[in-house]
Design a protein around this ligand. Structure first.
Ligand code: COI
Length: 416
């Protein structure tokens, strides 16, 4: 459908090596070559043949359980194996998404925000595909340095994409725009998960006081009450001195057992939902000295952890409810003078300047659709119900067994 007007395979000028770089140690080059530094050029016509090679390859999705099992018995050999898994996966995972960009309608692909991310992806793809086979810890260290740099460089990806897609909303059916965004976000999470896991394993292999409950980025003793309390503390800290904060009540199975998860993923979701509840409660009860509480209920069964967040923030109109998961909703976007950064993790949130005042202007307002992507990433879900004039309830389901593969549906995405 979208392919008819694609800006695919434009005839740019750069002569390029047409074959993918072979991955053998005999062809080892420094990771940061001059050629790679120049790779953000938009000259991709010939490079597309290289891209085809990677797009034809399937990704190898993993489960949380596999990551834990692998990381628990870490030794040098396994660390190198992890490095090469990431080295193989990243260019393939990126190549599929670069192809998605090429299949956008021309007018959308030409948007400066979209173009910026496209260029970033190409530059990263070029660097990743040229990394030779990793055989030693020293080579792994160099690879980790490259990963760290690119993780930082890509912090702008989500705001740029969200702004670009919203600016082009009239040129692309909403269903396609939202599918594109969801696919981009899932894929980005997937690349960051495997990258951050490898970085954490590489760092922990030098750490003598290794904590058994932590396997790379995965926490085997996640506790919903602790996560909720951590998010509440962050919100209260941020509000202190500026506004009154509604009280929080936590009830249900507050003592329910630990489970294995990337706790930052749950923190992201809970933080976004609680922040929304607090913001709406404060707005809806702006004349009340004592705003009503935000109630959080925890429950668990053999397979899932369930969290319900209920507020009395006035709920939302049918129009707002209809657009709840949309990345193209015009109600979310204003003109930004500077592009905000958007945290993908709660640790990143802490680095970004923030305030409730003027939040509409500073924030992209896509925390909710992002939270849905995070919830579904390991097979969970997020549902929201609204009672207009009273409040909103959000339900999060988080699988606790860690046996679901990453939700990255490349095949479905490639067919749109
Ligand atoms: C991203 O954050 O968009 C990525 O692709 C991560 C990767 C550069 C390691």
């Amino acid at each position: 459908m979208l392919k008819a007007v694609a800006f695919q395979r434009r005839a740019f000028s750069m002569p390029a090596t047409l074959r993918p770089t072979p991955s053998t140690s005999s062809t080892r080059q420094p990771i940061f070559s001059a050629e790679q530094k120049a790779s953000s050029s938009p000259a991709h016509f010939y490079q597309n043949r290289t891209l085809d090679y990677y797009v034809e390859q399937r990704v190898t999705p993993i489960t949380l359980r596999q990551l834990v099992f692998f990381g628990k018995r870490l030794n040098d050999e396994r660390l190198i194996k992890s490095a090469n898994y990431v080295r193989n996966e990243l260019p393939v995972r990126l190549a599929h998404r670069i192809r998605d960009f090429q299949q956008l309608p021309f007018i959308v692909g030409s948007n400066p925000h979209i173009q910026l991310v496209y260029d970033l992806y190409w530059a990263a793809f070029e660097k990743f595909r040229k990394v030779p086979l990793i055989e030693t810890k020293q080579q792994n260290q160099e690879y980790c340095d490259l990963l760290r740099t690119l993780l930082r460089d890509h912090l702008v990806v989500i705001p740029q994409l969200a702004l670009g897609i919203s600016e082009c909303a009239q040129h692309i059916p909403a269903v396609h725009a939202n599918h594109f965004m969801n696919t981009m976000l899932r894929s980005r999470i997937s690349r960051r998960v495997i990258t951050e896991q490898h970085l954490a394993l590489s760092e922990s292999s030098q750490d003598v006081d290794n904590d058994d409950a932590v396997v790379g980025t995965i926490f085997t003793k996640c506790n919903p009450t602790n996560i909720i309390e951590k998010c509440i503390a962050l919100i209260e800290t941020r509000l202190s001195g500026t506004e009154k904060c509604p009280p929080f009540n936590i009830d249900g199975s507050t003592g329910c057992g630990d489970f294995t998860y990337i706790s930052e993923h749950i923190e992201y979701i809970v933080f976004q939902l609680l922040s929304n509840s607090v913001r709406h409660t404060l707005q809806f009860h702006k004349n009340n000295i004592a705003p009503p509480p935000v109630n959080i209920t925890i429950c668990s069964n053999d397979t899932d952890i369930l969290i319900r967040i209920s507020d009395q923030g006035g709920g939302m109109s049918p129009e707002a409810y209809r657009d709840l998961w949309s990345f193209t909703s015009q109600r979310r976007f204003k003109a930004f003078e500077t592009i905000p950064q958007m945290a993908a993790r709660i640790a990143e949130e802490e680095e970004i300047p923030w305030s409730w005042q003027g939040q509409e202007d500073q924030h992209l307002g896509i925390g909710l659709p992002m939270s849905k992507v995070y919830s579904e990433y390991w097979g969970g879900e997020l549902k929201v119900m609204s009672m207009e004039g009273f409040g909103t309830e959000a339900y999060i389901r988080i699988p606790r067994l860690g046996n679901q593969t990453e939700n990255i549906d490349f095949e479905e995405a490639d067919e749109v």
